[in-house]
Design a binder for this molecule. Sequence first.
Ligand SMILES: NC(=O)c1ccc[n+]([C@@H]2O[C@H](COP(=O)([O-])OP(=O)(O)OC[C@H]3O[C@@H](n4cnc5c(N)ncnc54)[C@H](OP(=O)(O)O)[C@@H]3O)[C@@H](O)[C@H]2O)c1
Ligand code: SF4
Ligand code: SF4
Length: 377
Amino acid sequence: MKYRTFGKLPFKPSALGFGCMRLPTLGKAAEVDEPQAIEMIRWAIDQGVNYIDTAYPYHDGNSERVVGKALAGGYRERAALATKMPIWMVHEHQDLDRLFEEQRARLGVDRIDYYLLHCLQKGSWPAMRMLGALEWLQERKSRGHIGEIGFSFHDHLDVFKEIVDGFDGWTFCQIQYNFLNVEVQAGTEGLRYAAERGLGVVVMEPLFGGALAHPPPPVQAVWDRASRRRSAVEWALHWLWSQPEVSLVLSGMSAPEQVRENVKAASDSEIGLLGEEENALVDEARRAYKALLAIPCTRCGYCLPCPHGVDIPTNFELYNDAAYFGGNVLTLNRNLYRGMPKAERASACENCGECEEKCPQQIPIREWLPRVHQKFS
Ligand SMILES: NC(=O)c1ccc[n+]([C@@H]2O[C@H](COP(=O)([O-])OP(=O)(O)OC[C@H]3O[C@@H](n4cnc5c(N)ncnc54)[C@H](OP(=O)(O)O)[C@@H]3O)[C@@H](O)[C@H]2O)c1
Ligand code: SF4
Ligand code: SF4
């Protein structure tokens, strides 16, 4: 296993962390295949993985329970444990204590090493401050119940920067990042912004929820041209590990062979492993994916600002990826769409047509926006 740096903290995280949102199941998401999941988590720790990420809602609450069992019997001391406060369930200050105690009981631990506010967004960020969540986190930290304080994030870059700068207590954050999502959410700029300010940056959805593991023929053709052979998964992961700002990459792994492949890749990983030529190939793969998408939006932003506030490029990006990849990406993007402020959603379009005059791709924006809304509603 290779180990990396984690912002300003002395902790040296393994390049690969175990994300426990996609554990093996017996069918339904809530029915975790416990023996298999426990074996996979323990095997990963035996190979040197030292960061395990879970959260209150994963597998309808059973992820935390299974992680607790996996870490019993000596494994707790060998890996850092991360979980998250489900902030959408926090309506008053007392909810923080109630949910946290429930999590400690589920996990069977006194202390959570890395504790995050789950999915902070434009609306929930001021709400959490008003409810005193930041003081509560610091108080729990001072009592030793929490090791480090962080947040996970899926909103826009400007909101990300505001949150990074808005609290001295953060020591790390968690962002969605993969070679397709360089300009979405925090993106490459957000990754660098947080790292420059001394935060450890945990990457989630490195394979875009698994979609990048199964490249369509035009993308596979790009990988086939590489002088060094790598699987699609290895390309996606090494592209991340090559970047010094990435502290660790969380992968959700649903089968033992995936753990084996990803542990092996992590052991081969290095900062700067992909040279200029290989990074250019990844850029080509990104373009090949984008060319397959329904709306030819380049995210140039010329159509903005919409006088009614619609975030046109984000709506199109969410739609394109959901329509093309389906499955996990459709679920993820539906949630993201529903989490957007109402004024920014496709449904807020007033059909004025101003944007279409400015779009260099001549996209019939007013025809597409209702379809976007229909897809996610
Ligand atoms: N805080 C948040 O808001 C938030 C949001 C999302 C994720 N997360 C955390 O971040 C973790 C990582 O995100 P993610 O689970 O979306 O990661 P991901 O790596 O993008 O997707 C995981 C999926 O990729 C596929 N996969 C993984 N390794 C593979 C391999 N070697 N070969 C083929 N397929 C492979 C599997 O798909 P199949 O199961 O279809 O085979 C797996 O379920 C999560 O598990 C969770 O802990 C947090
Ligand atoms: S047509 Fe809709 S999206 Fe375009 S500028 Fe007008 S209100 Fe905004
Ligand atoms: S102007 Fe057109 S291509 Fe550019 S972001 Fe807007 S919709 Fe996309």
